[in-house]
Design a protein. Structure first.
Length: 157
């Protein structure tokens, strides 16, 4: 499960195939299907990939929610690794990231999604990435830490 503002499906970015903008492409190449949630920015290259070779291994749910949590959870295997790029959250809630995008998920939307995953699947691991602390502004730091804490709690409950 990939919570992010971006699909990270570029074949390469800034001269490398091992960039944070291409990590999900490498994941899919390993045969691991990816469900992307909260997406608000997709490059032309990524759209072509999603319409072609990447169609079967990627499920994309855009932030402007027109899907149910059940639809999202149904795309997942029994064991789920959750990766959260903090830019999945609306930039008014999470300004401390290197690639902010307006219009993201709210705190309660992401908690509802993780809770729904934990209710039907087994969370086997997780990470929270791309926090870029802003000196003197601690709220985003606490949000990232609390989100990691909540994911652990849902995984264990």
């Amino acid at each position: 499960m990939h919570f992010d503002a971006h699909t990270d499906l570029r074949d390469e970015f800034q001269g490398t195939r091992f960039h944070h903008g291409s990590v999900m492409r490498r994941t899919v190449e390993l045969g691991i299907p990816v469900t992307h949630v909260g997406i608000r920015s997709v490059s032309e290259e990524e759209m072509e990939y999603l319409k072609g070779k990447g169609k079967e291994k990627n499920s994309v749910f855009y932030a402007e929610r027109k899907h149910t949590l059940e639809e999202m959870v149904d795309t997942l295997r029994e064991n789920v690794y959750i990766t959260v790029d903090v830019d999945v959250l609306d930039s008014s809630v999470m300004p401390a990231t290197g690639t902010p995008e307006p219009g993201g998920l709210t705190w309660y939307q992401i908690l509802d999604a993780v809770r729904a995953i934990a209710a039907k699947k087994k969370i086997i691991g997780a990470d929270v990435v791309e926090l870029a602390p802003i000196p003197g502004m601690v709220a985003p730091d606490f949000l990232a830490a609390k989100l990691a804490y909540k994911i652990i709690g849902f995984a264990l409950s």
